[in-house]
Design a protein around this ligand. Structure first.
Ligand code: NDP
Length: 483
């Protein structure tokens, strides 16, 4: 498969190049080899993309919901039919194993396209009777939406933002992370093939500066970012200048609480899924694993045993289940946290080393005896590093679980039904799990509280964030005035 795209950008239904833009080398994380070279958008490219989105928006919004939905559902079908090729490309872009990308990326993108395609025709206003008079509401699109993506789920993020935006009658300019620029271009191609008019879904490449220039463009009405908290604060502030709508899907340091009465095998599975899937590069990961005293040693023993099932290697090999970090930089950042964990006195149970291979591999790493104030327990690491903390009581663990500025996700494993719901209710987090971890079906809302975000993606809730209500008052009789 060729990993070099036709051109860097996809605007107004066609590939576009402008070699004056800064070069973006695309590196395969499993080998360190350059597999493509793209160019960042110049101001002229940014202008072209926003102009195309602006020009297409009114016509697109004028289609019926059924017509727009049909395009999205066709796009979902095309994505599913091409799942193999799209998954291979996602693996080249991110280094995530094909075993994951073939079931969690284009497939998740297709789910979003299908779901919002299905909802599009049901996006309606309401009628409010006021005696003889009445008010009706129109649910209208926002206009031109900008999507800015992180590098961990490039296909999924391009669809999770694009599908609800387009269903509501908006158009989109999407800027992927420069670390993983390849997959969103395929999403743009598929939208056109599925029948979306030119300009409805555009992709441009670039570093942070390109994203920043999109947010302040006066033709832009909404910004949806998936990224870190520091970037989120900058983007939110820049959007506020123009009083633009925002969705912020930011980072986390989520708690996963395992009580003594939990099913041990399921709890270990949850901790593995919540820490080592995508080599730990998942925003909602439950990286603070609180384990009750009675089950702690059994948990650590079983976890260590299960981690022997990790198979590293060529991520395109379907038997490989653990890939490299997305970049050398990310590998170095994560290694820095591992060193810090050791320096601050946490007990290294397993892992902690680079792997002697080309590419940016790190072993899955587990620390025990972690205390709440250690850096590995307070900071988002975004790599395969699990911190195990001890606890005695429900009250104590809930207080400690919530003692963070983040509020993205939280999970609890217990056999006690009422405790499970009580703890879920007590969590200060937008996305919670009982006896499972990190499921993200499109039917369920996804997003964070506190500094982890604003707004929700997926589910019917996303419609609220890509549309606005207009109220229309209708008087049926004569109108009285004081003079
Ligand atoms: P970053 O915050 O570094 O970047 C996110 C995106 O924003 C990139 O496309 C980046 O471009 C762009 N960007 C950076 N600075 C600006 C700016 N000033 N204005 C506009 N755009 C800008 O995040 P990462 O890509 O490193 O992704 C990891 C982070 O994303 C983690 O914190 C993780 O938790 C979070 N995340 C959140 C998810 C959620 O749904 N809540 C899901 C996945 C990840 P460039 O790369 O060129 O700098």
């Amino acid at each position: 498969m060729s990993t070099q795209p036709t051109a860097s950008h996809f605007i107004n239904g066609a590939y576009v190049e402008d070699k004056a833009g800064e070069e973006i080398p695309v590196i395969y994380p499993a080998t360190g080899e350059v597999i493509a070279a793209l160019h960042a958008a110049t101001p002229a490219i940014v202008d072209q993309a926003v102009a195309a989105a602006k020009a297409a928006q009114k016509e697109w919004a004028g289609w019926t919901g059924t017509e727009r939905g049909r395009v999205l559902r066709r796009a979902a079908d095309i994505m599913r039919a091409r799942n193999h090729d799209l998954s291979v490309l996602e693996t080249f872009d991110t280094g995530k194993p094909y075993q994951e990308t073939s079931v969690a990326d284009a497939t998740s993108g297709a789910d979003a396209l299908e779901y919002f395609g299905g909802l599009a025709a049901a996006i309606t206003g309401e009628h409010i009777q006021l005696g003889d008079d009445f008010v009706y509401t129109r649910r209208e699109p926002l206009g031109v939406c900008v999507g800015i993506g992180a590098w961990n789920y490039p296909t999924q993020i391009a669809c999770w933002k694009g599908a609800p935006a387009l269903a509501c009658g908006n158009t989109m300019v999407f800027k992927p992370s420069e670390t993983t620029p390849l997959c969103a271009l395929k999403v743009a191609e598929i939208m056109i093939e599925a029948g979306a008019p030119a300009g409805v879904y555009n992709v441009i490449q670039g570093y942070g500066a390109v994203g920043a220039s999109l947010i302040t463009d006066p033709r832009v009405d909404k910004v949806s970012l998936t990224g870190s908290v520091p970037t989120g604060k900058k983007v939110y502030a820049a959007a506020a200048e123009g009083v633009r709508h925002v969705t912020m899907e930011l980072g986390g340091k989520s708690p996963l609480v395992i009580f003594d009465d939990a099913d041990l095998e399921n709890a270990v599975s949850g901790a593995i899924l919540g820490n080592f899937y995508s080599s730990g590069q998942v925003c909602s990961n439950g990286t603070r694993v609180f384990v009750q005293a009675g089950i702690k040693e059994a948990f650590l023993a079983r976890l260590t045993e299960r981690l022997k099932g990790v198979k590293m290697g060529d991520p395109q090999d379907p038997d490989v289940n653990f890939g490299p970090m997305v970049s050398e930089r990310q590998r170095d950042i994560v290694e820095g946290f591992i060193t810090k964990g050791q320096e601050e006195g946490a007990r290294l149970v397993t892992g902690g080393n680079r792997v002697d291979k080309p590419g940016f591999y790190l072993e899955p790493t587990v620390f025990a005896d972690v205390s709440d104030d250690m850096t590995i327990a307070t900071d988002e690491i975004f790599g395969p590093v699990m911190s195990v903390l001890d606890f005695e009581t429900e009250e104590d663990v809930l207080r400690r679980a919530n003692a963070t500025d983040f509020g993205l996700a939280a999970g609890v494993f217990t056999a006690d039904l009422t405790r499970a719901h009580r703890v879920a209710a007590g969590f200060e987090a937008g996305t919670c799990y009982i006896n499972t971890y990190n499921d993200a079906p499109v039917e369920a809302p996804f997003g964070g509280t506190k500094q982890s975000g604003v707004g929700r993606e997926n589910s019917k809730a996303a419609i609220e964030h890509y549309s606005q209500i207009k109220g229309v008052y209708v008087r049926m009789g004569d109108l009285e005035a004081p003079f």
